[in-house]
Ligand binder design. Sequence first.
Ligand code: PLP
Length: 351
Amino acid sequence: MNDSTTATARMFSSDNAAGASPEIVEAVVRAAAGQAPPYGSDDVTAGVRRRLGEIFERDVDVLIVSTGSAANALGLAALTPPWGSVLCHRDSHINNDECGAPEFYTAGAKLVALGGDDARIDPDELRAAVRHKAGDVHSVEPSVVSVTQATETGAVYTAEELRALGSTVKEAGLRLHMDGARFAGAVAALDATPADLTWRAGVDLLSFGATKNGTMTAEAIVVFDRSLTAELSFRAKRAGQLASKMRFHAAQLEAYLTDGLWLRNAAHANAMAARLQEGLKAVPGVDLLGSAEANILFCRLPQQVTQGLLADGYVFYHDRWEPGVVRFVASFATTAQDIDGLLEAVRRHTA
Ligand SMILES: Cc1ncc(COP(=O)(O)O)c(C=O)c1O
């Protein structure tokens, strides 16, 4: 490790490597005082539901859970029968990174992987898939479409793109799920409201991520189709996702949603990825892949640069998707100095 740059953070593998926003840590400390009703019957949990209702401009139900995988798997289970299929992108987290939890929680629904650039589902492929073998008792029944916003490669769906996908989904009688592990990043990147990016485009249920963007252990399932709530509540308890001391999860989300912290954090993470993208453009031999609209950047680096960065102590995914392809993820806690330190190292190993 090169000690001259130890002041800069070097972990670009995931936004999960970041800590938590001080406002959120302080809120948890405040929540520790006194008694409160357990299992989500407390005032802070009620306040989070109200606040999300304001943000989404309509009444919503909210279930607070501790991981994004739980939010996705529980949500999908409420949206599809066991004989259904979940249409998703082939690079989606639910398809690749949840250890079969969606299949397990849905009691065996099948994930059907579709293509499309930048981990966005291709609209033509979707149009064919929503009707594929529909009503054929020998096949799984197309039941729900899951989109990730922002996507696994750091791209975003515009509100218009979502409306178009949503009408394909609804015309075919399917449900629409959104994995919003980085939903804040998408809102910060787009000139669109949370409502336009979700229920106004047909989204029935959103996994509203927060842990990657400043909370410690709290994610929310935001339910737009409130007929799903009773079933989801039983499913959450059965899955061990109804926290007895829910107020601690709720306190994190309350602080996250206060005074725009969630959007400030996300805008900062996006800006750091954009700074990295700008800097890398000028380095010979570096190929940017796609464009970092949110906080994730993919690029192709010469092997000696990747090896040099690893030797410097940088941590990032490499050669996981294709040889030479690396992924850098910025977070709310990434500083401009962190990015400039990384850029300096890339230039040094390129020379
Ligand atoms: C797109 C996406 N969805 C969901 C998740 C949630 O994952 P976890 O269960 O680790 O909180 C992640 C985390 O990496 C993610 O990147």
